[in-house]
Write a protein that binds this ligand. Structure first.
Ligand code: F6P
Length: 519
């Protein structure tokens, strides 16, 4: 077994953490700061453009020590080495997990380097106008057709780096909702649009339906031979791509050692290359590689993804927190939580241990959030005065991209103020409704500036954080069997709906709903 298998609850550290939790669970952050004037410095990590403040968490030096011991006991170091070495740590699918190899320019697999060159050439051709559509007009718009990892990562990055974008317009079509497809098609011109079909498996129902519908629409406007100039595909399934009618030169290869939700660094990032240009895409990869090195080479006590992962386990398994919020103070990161939801919850939403047996402790925390300051005017009430304890990660940038310093000052002030108010509270005995208990934990990630490089580094921090958690929970983070059953049931349900045949349905509730659809 390439990954060590240790039940975390059987470790010495886990038991010690349980006792430690009982001892400190009521300690207030206010008192922890009063007792230790060096707490802010002591519980912060500086690395490149990142300053990570974990001091507003309900932890003490003893918590840190025990969590680090837990990491040792579950053999996190060995697990990291196994992942980076290319062992088949995705054991239930017999696959290596090497998205990190996509961004290691010093040691790049030839097929990856070749694919990058192809992405560079294609995107530069489209951006410069050298690549023409069927009628000789230059390309103005790209449409990415894909779902899950073939949509969320590229879409989030295009949005996050909109400051760096060029003149090309872009759309993402993921949902099989025909109304959305139709609305997008109203806005694009078949003569000046390139459609990028992205599907690692090229069997995903939604993507294939959307691609077929768009192809049919396209052929109503232009002749068949135009398809070669307007449709490209990204996939591992080259036969299926060929049967769909994509010209072999328009195929960008992908590899089974890249998981869908970790694939934005691969050819799946083709739309990113088109929207922000290849050089920025390369900077994104290099930023992620910096994090890979930090994660694999830095002692755990100074290691940011390790710290974030351990703190998350502390709340999930000892405070029994069900969820954690991520609040970027940056509108460009408005799709970050959608992206993280797939990354984190598809990876760690598992109830079976690496030994194949059901596990008896909590895994896979629920990730949610929205941008600050918007979120302050929406759900922060619950964070401040609700009955649930929700550890929150605040992300902010020291510099803005467009000046407007008065806005930037307000944005930062709000971010910092919220973390302080959550931690300190404001004892107001005279009015219980205006009382803030405080002691609500948060971590602040202060990053110098939103650049392709810093975004790459940030995303890789989250990838490694979730791996740290998965190793501790003794689960396989890199498979996703939990998405299969619904897909299978949908096949019969679709047949019932298409054929108006209720007899294909088994479940009484589904049958009753079906009756109401067809009547
Ligand atoms: O259904 C889940 C999933 O398999 C994700 O893991 C994946 O990112 C998504 O579907 C899309 O898969 P594909 O790229 O093969 O179309």
């Amino acid at each position: 077994m390439p990954l060590p298998t240790v039940n975390p609850t059987s470790t010495k550290a886990w038991k010690a953490l349980q006792d430690h939790y009982d001892a400190i669970k009521d300690h207030h952050l206010r008192d922890l700061f009063k007792a230790d004037p060096n707490r802010a410095a002591d519980f912060s990590l500086s690395w490149k453009d990142f300053y990570v403040d974990v001091s507003k968490n309900r932890i003490t030096p003893e918590t840190r020590k025990l969590l680090l011991e837990l990491a040792e006991e579950v053999k996190l170091k060995e697990a990291i080495a196994a992942q980076f070495s290319g062992m088949e740590i995705n054991a239930t699918e017999q696959r290596a997990v090497l998205h990190t190899a996509l961004r290691d320019f010093s040691n790049m697999k030839p097929e990856v380097a070749q694919a990058l060159q192809k992405m560079k050439q294609f995107s530069e051709g489209v951006i410069s106008g050298r690549v023409k559509g069927y009628t000789g007009k230059s390309i103005q718009t790209i449409v990415n057709i894909g779902i899950g990892g073939s949509d969320l990562g590229p879409q989030m990055v295009c949005e996050a780096l909109s400051h760096y974008k060029n003149h090309l317009g872009y759309y993402f079509v993921s949902n099989v909702d025909g109304d959305h497809v139709a609305e997008v098609l109203k806005k694009v011109d078949p003569e000046t649009t390139v459609f990028i079909i992205v599907s690692k498996s090229f069997t995903t129902q939604e993507t294939l339906r959307n691609a077929q519908t768009i192809r049919n629409w396209f052929l109503r406007h232009v002749p068949e031979e135009a398809v070669a100039k307007h449709f490209v595909a990204v996939s591992t399934n080259l036969d299926a791509v060929a049967s769909f009618g994509i010209h072999p030169e328009n195929v960008f290869p992908m590899w089974d050692w890249v998981g869908g939700r970790f694939s934005l660094w691969s050819t799946v990032g083709l739309s990113i290359c088109c929207v922000i240009g290849y050089d920025h895409f390369e900077a994104l990869l290099k930023g992620a590689h910096d994090t890979d090195r930090h994660f694999s080479e830095t002692p755990f006590s100074e290691n940011i993804p390790v710290a974030l992962g351990l703190i998350s386990v502390w709340y999930n398994n000892f405070f029994q927190c069900e969820t954690e919020a991520v609040i970027p103070y940056c509108e460009s990161l408005s799709k970050l939580t959608n992206y993280l939801q797939q990354a984190v919850m598809e990876s760690n939403g598992k109830g079976v241990g690496r030994n194949g047996k059901p596990i008896t402790y909590q895994t896979g925390n629920i990730v949610w959030g929205a941008t600050g300051t918007n979120a302050q005017h929406a759900f922060f009430q619950l964070l401040h005065q609700g009955t649930k304890l929700i550890p929150t990660e605040f992300i902010c940038f020291a510099e803005s991209l467009n000046g407007l310093q008065d806005h930037q000052n307000m944005l930062l002030a709000n971010c910092l103020a919220q973390t302080e108010a959550l931690a300190e509270g404001n004892a107001d005995a005279s009015n219980p409704f205006k009382n803030f208990t405080g002691n609500r934990p948060s971590t602040t990630l202060l990053i110098q500036k939103l650049t392709p490089k810093s975004l790459g580094a940030l995303l890789a921090l989250y990838e490694h954080k979730l791996f740290v958690q998965g190793v501790i929970w003794n689960i396989f983070s890199y498979d996703q069997w939990g998405v299969q059953l619904g897909k299978v049931v949908a096949e019969t349900t679709l047949a019932a709906i298409e054929n108006h045949d209720a007899s294909l349905l088994k479940h009484p509730s589904t049958k009753a709903i079906f009756k109401n659809i067809s009547e």
